[in-house]
Design a protein around this ligand. Structure first.
Ligand code: TXA
Ligand code: MG
Length: 325
């Protein structure tokens, strides 16, 4: 059952408690309804992907009540601060280098070195973010491939029974997602997604913007994006049915293959949400063990192709893809 919470102080309190406990709450922002989860808890973020039925992981925007809170998680540039001053709270998302001290989990950032941050506008979302006082990851609250919801009833049509609650703050003022601006590029800021703040308004502060050369440059599957992902140092071998002592094993399920030099089990019980939440930490762990023990590769046991399994497979395929020299 998904609770429909009113935008009252008790509704807000309940929503904040659910989020802190790792649950999922959809909430209205000025753009569209977001499907929120605590960005510091991998299990909560895994649940977001599961609820959306996403075939692949995607970096998520982290939401904050204030620019100061957002800038604790990233390395802010003077330009980022100027843009924040001009447009926050409001429908602008900034992509910046993730701070070394960031508490955002790898699953929310999809293992990237960068992080998308935004301070949404609206009394209700502001009160919620202040009450939770943690970064909240929130993609649009629709099932994967469907239209973004701009009303609480749209959210329920999409996600009834798949999330804990929806905080009903009425229809969204903008109804279109935030503008995503990448400030990590070398020269000009890169407009990754047009949205609630028009490019002209940004250019008044940034000067001319750069645009992705082709549609796919901004798509997560493009090779350019793939390179910037965290890829393990060791070569990755998928669908292993046996493993050597010189390999690390990324196992799944109750019967890990025998004989590996090091093992990380994504989920002993074969639970895909748990596996998603443990995926990035597993790759990092096996990399570290590899360096320590002189391992030569990582073997991956197969993961079923349903639910979050598809997103896990997608991420592993990218980890196993040939690397540039
Ligand atoms: O208005 C919005 O932005 C809404 C509300 C809920 O805040 N959220 C939203 O999230 O539209 P989502 O997940 O549907 O879209 C996020 C976009 C995606 O295109 C994603 O690829 C991009 O932001 N993005 C997130 N992190 C990124 C990163 N580190 N680098 C580049 N692009 C990133
Ligand atoms: Mg979306």
């Amino acid at each position: 059952m998904t609770q429909r919470l009113p935008a009252t102080s008790s509704g807000l309190e309940t929503a904040a408690r659910i989020l802190r406990e790792g649950g999922l709450v959809a909430f209205g922002t000025e753009t569209v309804y977001g499907l929120g989860g605590d960005a510091t808890q991998p299990a909560a973020v895994a649940r977001i992907f599961e609820a959306k039925n996403r075939p692949r992981f995607n970096p998520l925007i982290s939401h904050f009540a204030t620019a100061d809170a957002a800038f604790e998680q990233v390395v802010a540039t003077p330009l980022a601060r100027k843009l924040a001053q001009a447009f926050w709270p409001g429908p602008l998302t900034l992509v910046l280098p993730r701070a070394p001290t960031s508490s955002i989990c790898d699953l929310a950032a999809d293992g990237l070195e960068s992080l998308a941050v935004r301070v949404p506008k609206g009394e209700c979302v502001q009160a919620l973010l202040q009450a939770v006082n943690r970064p909240i990851a929130a993609p649009s609250a629709n099932r994967s491939g469907r239209i973004s919801p701009s009303d609480a009833s749209h959210v329920l049509e999409e996600l009834e029974g798949r999330i804990d609650a929806v905080l009903d703050s009425g229809p969204c003022a903008v109804g279109l997602e935030s503008t995503v601006l990448d400030l990590t590029a070398e020269d000009r800021p890169l407009l990754l997604r047009p949205g609630g703040i028009p490019a002209e308004a940004l250019e008044e502060i940034c000067g001319p913007l750069a645009y992705p050369e082709t549609e796919t440059d901004a798509a997560p599957a493009s090779p350019g994006r793939m390179l910037s992902h965290y890829a393990p140092a060791l070569p990755v071998r998928l669908n292993a049915t046996s493993v050597k002592p010189t390999e690390g094993l990324l196992a799944f399920g109750p019967i890990p293959l025998a004989g590996a030099g090091a093992v990380w089990n994504l989920s002993q019980t074969g639970n895909l949400e748990e596996a998603a939440a443990r995926l990035f930490s597993g790759l990092r762990y096996l990399d570290k063990q590899g360096a320590l023990l002189g391992l030569t590769g990582v073997a991956v046991q197969s993961v079923p192709a349903h639910g979050l399994g598809r997103a896990i497979q997608d991420r592993l395929r990218r980890a196993a893809a040939p690397r540039p020299l």
